[in-house]
Ligand binder design. Sequence first.
Ligand SMILES: [Zn+2]
Length: 87
Amino acid sequence: MMLIPCPHCGPRPETEFVYGGDANVKRPDPAAPDAEWTDYIYFRDNPKGAHRELWLHAAGCHSWLTVERDTVTHAIGSVSYTKDSGE
Ligand SMILES: [Zn+2]
């Protein structure tokens, strides 16, 4: 089981968290072309290796976190509070 080190609660099992998606995705400008909106809504990268992700500590402090996780080994790099979820 993966342990995510919440900055507020300390290391917690992944079952306390809800995955919130890719932390690198940014919402387009409302006037952006349809192709840009389609990419934002439907398409995500599936990287192998280090990846920045959003996680909600749903069974803990309810903080949104930005977690750098290796998608191959599940090793956690940095963890920080999410300032802007891209919305
Ligand atoms: Zn927490």
